[in-house]
Design a protein around this ligand. Structure first.
Ligand SMILES: Nc1ncnc2c1ncn2[C@@H]1O[C@H](COP(=O)(O)OP(=O)(O)O)[C@@H](O)[C@H]1O
Ligand SMILES: [Mg+2]
Length: 274
């Protein structure tokens, strides 16, 4: 079942020059982008910095209006949804950002942070807030005894787990991870990736997983979209994109990565030798 359907998304940013000769100029950050996300799958979006990944994600999450194009979620056109419909969409689609600390209120305890989405919606968890927060903390591998601590008392990896717990508090159908592990040390990164994959197995939601690091993407995705200068230049299964890339830009990206899979490497060399 198709959960998210984006069609022909375009986003132009208009900037105004300075001074008397100021002229407006439009810059196309996202250019005619279309893709689907199936229920329960992980679609990765890869590309260099500035290729339009975050802008695409922000439009898909309706944090940003597109210049043109449509976003359909769960069979509904939500491009211009408002009121109740938008509130439901905002519940169903959660975003985890790169910098865990800047997205966690430093003056709130973890318990308050994790249960905040419920508070906004006026939901009171059956067993109480404390138990709810503690259960989520356990699910994401945090010590539930630490629920009264503040973000600054946690490491970067732990803080990202708090952000993940907050995203899961409302039972989303789609979680958008925008460079969610990019700021973490490699060993911590691997642990958080394992966690993300386990949570998906347990709950069956979908991910849009945005990263510039192809080794990370290869671990977590089923399908991969490659972006370059605002456009999707290639979209296919993980094995196709990594093993048999068709687009020249994808090939360049892959060539720049330290070897990540000896088997793909062997196949690539065999192909090049033909
Ligand atoms: N609010 C904005 N105003 C003007 N330009 C922006 C804005 N947001 C992003 N951009 C530009 O759009 C392009 C794509 O940015 P972004 O989507 O953040 O790329 P990525 O996430 O792939 O690094 C970049 O050139 C960026 O500078
Ligand atoms: Mg980005």
């Amino acid at each position: 079942m198709t959960l998210l359907k984006v069609r022909e998304l375009t986003k132009q940013f208009v900037s105004r020059g300075e001074g008397l000769a100021a002229r407006k100029s439009a810059f196309t950050a996202v250019d005619n982008v279309s893709f689907d996300v199936e229920l329960g799958e992980t679609l990765a979006i890869v590309g260099e910095s500035g290729s339009g990944k975050s802008t695409t994600a922000r439009i898909a999450a309706r944090l940003l209006e597109p210049t043109s194009g449509t976003v359909e979620f769960d069979g509904q056109d939500v491009t211009r949804a408002s009121g109740k419909e938008l509130a439901r969409f905002r519940n169903d689609v959660q975003v985890v950002f790169q910098d865990p600390f800047s997205s966690l209120n430093p003056r709130y305890t973890v318990e308050r942070i994790i249960t905040a989405p419920l508070t906004y919606q006026g939901i009171a968890p059956a067993g109480g807030r404390r138990a709810f927060a503690q259960e989520l903390m356990e699910r994401v591998g945090l010590n539930p005894d630490h629920c009264q601590r503040y973000p600054a008392q946690f490491s970067g990896g732990q803080a990202q787990r708090i952000g993940i717990a907050r995203a899961l508090a409302v039972n989303p159908k789609l979680v958008i991870c925008d460079e969610a592990v990019s700021a973490l040390d490699v060993s911590i990164q691997a642990q958080v990736l394992q966690l993300l994959m386990r949570l998906q197995r347990e709950s069956g939601f979908s991910y849009i997983f945005i990263a510039h690091d192809l080794a990370v993407v290869r671990q977590i995705s089923q399908r991969v979209a490659v972006m370059n200068k605002g456009r999707i230049v290639e979209l296919g299964s993980r094995d196709q994109v990594f093993g048999e890339p068709r687009d020249d830009y994808t090939k360049t990206l892959l060539a720049a990565v330290p070897r990540i899979n000896p088997e793909w490497d062997r196949r690539r060399r065999a192909r090049e030798a033909r």
